[in-house]
Design a binder for this molecule. Structure first.
Ligand SMILES: [Zn+2]
Ligand SMILES: [Zn+2]
Length: 283
């Protein structure tokens, strides 16, 4: 059986290669075994601009995985769906409640209205709301909601369901994606509001694979205190990963500290335009 290589191209991120746009948002394009999977849709349209500049045809996506319902990951869902009439959508639970981020004023941070309407208009046959882990194909998994078991991790911000700051939003719809490669797990994160330790432990449990080959995506360590950072970096060191690529909401300062603590040969900062050749699927 021929082995299938996993190639991940970052299309939207807070940083960008020269000639590409950047924004506070995230989207990645995955090519594996003849499949094209879009992971998140960015925030303001940088996804579409960068995809066009890089020659990525979003109409070819057979699948869209949404990491969670924040607007910096679902910002161009309506535009994507207007152009792509066949992709299957996967997300975890309820992704479109009204929700706010206090920064420090209440900022509506849920899906934009046009994204909600586009999602609601889709036929049920294209929409998969997963409350449990799911394999898109052998060796390609999405977590569904991630159990929050670690003592030192939280959602990483002041998130609420209401503008009065009464009902805390635990962002239970946060999920990640993984690939089972010949040299271990490659994990793709959106914002990782579930926490990195929680997410990696859960994927290890589901996949029965211990070795972490690489992790790429938003790690949401922007506001993490020193205790959380040092515990996270100690875990990362224990993984003996080949690559760690903090993106998006990791925070530049936290990413710099990660590089110093875990190793400049392993940690590199992600940006739109970055291509990650993530190895071959083991299956
Ligand atoms: Zn988020
Ligand atoms: Zn985000």
């Amino acid at each position: 059986m021929s082995k299938e290589s996993v190639k991940i191209t970052l299309l939207a991120d807070n940083e960008a290669a020269p000639g590409l746009e950047k924004e506070h948002g995230f989207a990645a394009w995955i090519e594996v075994g003849g499949r094209s999977i879009l992971f998140d849709t960015g925030h303001t349209g940088v996804l579409q601009t960068n995809a066009a500049r890089l020659g990525v045809d979003l109409k070819q996506a057979d699948t869209l995985v949404i990491s969670h319902g924040h607007r910096d990951h679902t910002g161009t869902l309506a535009q994507f769906l207007a152009e792509n009439d066949h992709a299957q959508l996967y997300f975890a639970g309820n992704i479109d409640p009204q929700r706010y981020w206090y920064s420090p004023e209440p900022d509506p941070y849920g899906m934009p209205q046009d994204s909600r309407e586009a999602l609601a208009a889709l036929p049920a046959s294209r929409v998969h709301s997963c409350n449990a882990p799911h394999y898109l194909a052998p060796g390609i998994g999405i977590t569904g909601p991630v159990p929050r078991l670690s003592s030192f991790e939280d959602t990483g911000g002041t998130f609420y369901f209401d503008a009065e700051r009464k009902k805390i939003d635990q962002i239970e719809d946060d999920q990640s994606m993984w690939f089972e490669t010949d040299e271990g797990l490659v994990v793709l994160l959106g914002c990782c509001h579930s926490g990195l330790s929680n997410t990696i432990d859960y994927i290890r449990k589901i996949s029965h694979i211990e070795q972490v080959r690489g992790v790429v995506g938003g790690m949401h360590l922007l506001q993490a205190n020193e205790q959380r950072l040092s515990k996270t970096f100690a875990l990362m060191t224990d993984w003996h990963a080949q690559f760690l690529i903090p993106c998006h909401c990791t925070g530049m300062e936290s990413a710099k500290k990660m590089r110093a603590a875990v190793g400049a040969d392993i940690v590199s900062h992600g940006h739109a335009g970055m291509v990650i050749e993530a190895g071959q699927l083991a299956a």
